[in-house]
Design a protein around this ligand. Structure first.
Ligand code: NAD
Length: 387
């Protein structure tokens, strides 16, 4: 049995068995508590990174050296020099290196199971749809899209292909943020009355697409503010019903001609709870997520980085004294297990769409100065950690 997945044919057979439903029965038998044990030490699911910029290079490729259920198996890049470098550094086979024109040939590559789209925001939609058409499962970086219509189109394409779509929301797999979800959603400190979150950095134009509206869809709200939005929703365990927002003024750097330099916004939840959030490309912010509840408070600072996260509570109960882990490896392995076991991801395309709807509402509120209803946004909440 341990060698079952070492050939593609036997692996396909295994996947067919799982998708027919036998996986559930096998998984629950004591002898095979996890069908994933069959994978080790044979073939892991293959991941192809699309776009070899900072995040792929600095975080995802190193994380893929630590994953148990998936591995780096392909790249898509416009630079032949980068392709050569990644072949050398990570042993990516030349036949699994594509450029943006030849990408669709990935359909014929059985070594690639998952395509991970790590491109400027406005390009996510095109590459997710092309990956769907190539019959691959997909992880798409945040924000999932630059328009609600694009996000809906991406979900429809993935559904048509019968493949899973996940968003690169790494903090859903991170212990401190998971504890915020648990403390908030189970009302461990009573009902939350107020939330506060901020996240931002001083933009230095090293990735100019971030201030090009056509490529980014917007400024720091799309890039950094989305963590505040996410954090408030998963801590409160609800989607807000309305938002108000205000742009912060241009800072004189000349960078912010097309997108906002900063933004502050307030979200109101159905029970009257308010969330005050702030994001900026003109100010380094620690990244903070705080909840004030009926019988105390709990907070993370820093809350959203790749490491060094730390938390405190008013009761000094140590509930946020938790380890820092490789978030990307945890996220990637969780998705690989979802694919293998044919179970839904906790951060699906529908959650990405929900957030694109909320981001659009925040921009509308800032542009009009009016309160904007968010009642039509998706209502999906990750409740995995509240159980
Ligand atoms: P980056 O600029 O460093 O990388 C982007 C890559 O896309 C580059 O390799 C570039 O060559 C390529 N590209 C292809 N077509 C392009 C075009 N027309 N214009 C510009 N670049 C083009 O950016 P990044 O920081 O790696 O961000 C990529 C995506 O990852 C974004 O969606 C971002 O929001 C997301 N991201 C997520 C996290 C996270 O923690 N989840 C962190 C950083 C970035």
């Amino acid at each position: 049995m341990p060698d079952l997945l070492t050939s593609d044919t036997s692996r396909r057979e295994f996947m067919r068995t799982l998708s027919l439903g036998a996986g559930g029965a096998l998984a629950s038998s004591s002898a095979l508590a996890s069908p994933l044990r069959w994978l080790a030490p044979g073939r892991k699911l293959g991941v192809a990174l699309v776009g070899l910029g900072k995040y792929s290079t600095g975080q995802l490729a190193p994380a893929l050296q630590q994953t148990r259920f998936c591995q780096l198996a392909g790249v898509v890049t416009g630079s032949p020099a980068k392709a050569a470098q990644w072949q050398k550094q990570y042993g990516v086979p030349a036949k699994s290196c594509y450029d943006y024109q030849t990408f669709d040939r990935i359909i014929d590559n059985p070594a690639i199971d998952i395509v991970y789209v790590v491109l400027p925001n406005a390009l996510h939609a095109e590459y997710v749809v092309r990956a769907a058409q190539a019959g691959k499962h997909v992880i798409c970086e945040k924000p999932m899209a630059t328009s609600v219509a694009d996000a809906q189109h991406m979900i429809a394409a993935m559904k048509k292909a019968g493949k899973q779509l996940s968003v690169g929301y790494r903090l859903h797999f991170e212990p401190h943020n998971q504890a915020m979800m648990r403390l908030g959603q189970t009302q461990a400190y009573g009902k939350i009355n107020h939330l506060a979150a901020d996240n931002g950095f001083k933009f230095g134009n090293d990735t100019p697409w971030r201030v090009n509206k056509e490529l980014s869809g917007g400024g720091p709200l799309m890039d950094m503010g989305i963590y505040c939005l996410q954090g408030c929703l998963y801590t409160k365990g609800q989607v807000p019903v309305s938002v108000t927002a205000k742009f912060t003024p241009e800072t004189g750097t000349g960078y912010f001609k097309e997108v906002e330099a900063g933004l502050s916004w307030q979200m109101r939840f159905a029970d009257g709870t308010l969330a005050d959030c702030r994001t900026s490309y003109a100010e380094n912010m620690p990244g903070r997520l705080r909840a004030d509840a009926a019988s105390g408070w709990f907070e993370l600072e820093p809350a959203f980085g790749y490491g060094g996260l730390a938390g405190k509570t008013s009761k000094n109960d140590g509930l946020l004294n938790l380890p820092n882990i490789n978030q990307q490896a945890a996220q990637l392995d969780d998705f690989a297990q979802c694919v293998l076991q044919n179970k839904p991801t906790r951060v699906p395309g529908e959650m990405g769409l929900r957030d694109v709807q909320l981001l659009a509402a925040i921009y509308r509120a800032a542009e009009t100065g009016q309160l904007v209803s968010t009642k039509d946004a998706g209502q999906l909440i990750d409740r995995t950690n509240a159980r």
